[in-house]
Design a protein around this ligand. Structure first.
Ligand code: IPM
Ligand code: MG
Length: 387
């Protein structure tokens, strides 16, 4: 069966980092016989430039027809003056809502090699392994009414609506509990139930859903406290489930615990496992085109794609092990660089991950026989990583 992936690189550093992720997919195809068809299309600012819309119809069609979507990042100063309704970000939000990708998984995992890249003390973050489950198609992001209106006194007023229906809370709750069942069996639901009715209902529904998962321990936390706890003692959390807005903020905060936002992948899933995979960082226009962006979050997003959409645990593990290895080898892009490590650019990092993947795949195939492994690599025209 041929897997179809829509590749939407987007803006800023998007194309550079997506190129590296595509190399990883090519490698799976070449080395593991994984059948894949990749097709590119513009989104965000690139969509505006190519087709006058952040989510061109052809791009949406491609994304709908694909089994999975690989996305880079959207946005940049070039399009900031545009009306909010047609800004690059609308491309991303449109994909999320059109594809009904309501469940956003944002794991924050600290690689032991990066413990000193975090701004927090090593003892606070080492061993961190947290999963943020963010609701992605509801809340104040999509709630109506919304807009900017003029009051009777002539003053303008901006307004948005925070809204959650029970079924939306219930289905994201189930995703969180299912995730917790495969992990540490603890869910912390984050809300602002002391002030906002929408989240009072959130808390009530979460408590109800928890009854179906007696093995999972549910706790509740107000979002302000959750932000504080994330930087005070982040290891107390296993799975954190929250709404769209709070999840946006808390996941950036959690990202920094791991040393760099350049390390964090994400999966946005519908109810059938179709997904869009993207790094959680943005388009970083300040470093775009310089070849210094960290491609690891995007590469790790491909690993999530293998795991969640294609149920291919082996490929996911091959990618994740390769990422781990390049970090062990001391390779670092600028965002995770610390003294004594080796600074590399975007391409070099991508190539190193692919080389590590090939090494491991062949090592497995040759049963650890070093001479057979070297022969294989020479035959494949690859000498990377061997003498
Ligand atoms: C994210 C981003 C997006 C969001 C923006 C780019 C619309 O910050 O994926 O976290 O707010 O959801
Ligand atoms: Mg965000």
């Amino acid at each position: 069966m041929t897997h179809k992936i829509a590749v939407l690189a987007g803006d800023g550093i998007g194309p550079e980092i997506v190129d590296q992720a595509v190399k990883v997919i090519d490698c799976l195809q070449r080395e593991l016989g994984w059948q894949v068809e990749m097709e590119q299309a513009p989104v965000g600012g690139a969509g505006i430039d190519h087709a006058g819309h952040p989510l061109p119809e052809a791009t949406l069609r491609l994304a709908k027809a694909a089994d999975a979507v690989l996305l880079g990042a959207v946005g940049g100063p070039k399009w900031e003056a545009l009306d909010i309704a047609i800004r690059p970000e609308k491309g991303l939000l449109g994909l999320r809502s059109e594809l009904q990708l309501f469940a956003n998984l944002r794991p924050a995992l600290l690689y032991p090699q990066l413990v000193h890249a975090s701004t927090l003390k090593p003892e606070v973050v080492s061993g961190l392994d947290l999963m943020i489950v963010r609701e992605l198609t509801g809340d104040i992001y999509f709630g109506k009414p919304r807009g900017i209106r003029t009051l009777e006194n002539g003053e303008r007023q901006g307004f948005n609506t925070m809204v959650y229906a029970e079924h939306e809370i219930e289905r994201i709750g189930r995703v969180a509990f299912e995730s917790a069942m495969k992990r540490g069996k603890r869910v912390c639901s984050v809300d602002k139930a002391n002030v906002l009715e929408a989240t009072e209902l959130w808390r009530e529904v979460m408590t109800r859903v928890a009854k179906d998962y007696p093995q999972v321990q549910l706790s509740h936390m107000y979002v302000d406290n959750a932000a504080m706890q994330l930087v005070r003692a982040p290891k107390q959390f296993d799975v954190m489930v929250t709404g769209n807005m709070f999840g946006d903020i808390l996941s950036d905060c959690a990202a920094m615990l791991t040393g760099s936002i350049g390390m964090l992948p994400s999966a946005s899933l519908d109810s059938k496992g179709k997904g869009m995979y993207e790094p959680i960082h943005g388009s970083a226009p300040d470093i775009a085109g310089k070849g210094i962006a960290n491609p690891l979050a995007t590469i790790l997003s491909v690993a999530m794609m293998m795991r969640y959409t294609f149920n291919d645990i082996k490929s996911a593990a091959v990618i994740e092990a390769a990422v781990q290895e390049v970090l062990v080898e001391g390779l670092r892009t600028a965002d995770i660089y610390t003294a004594g490590t080796h600074k590399v650019g975007t391409e070099e990092m991508g190539d190193a991950v692919v080389a590590a993947m090939i090494r491991n795949i062949w090592r497995a195939e040759t049963g650890g026989d070093a001479s057979a492994e070297k022969r294989c690599m020479r035959e494949g025209g690859l000498t990377n990583g061997i003498d």
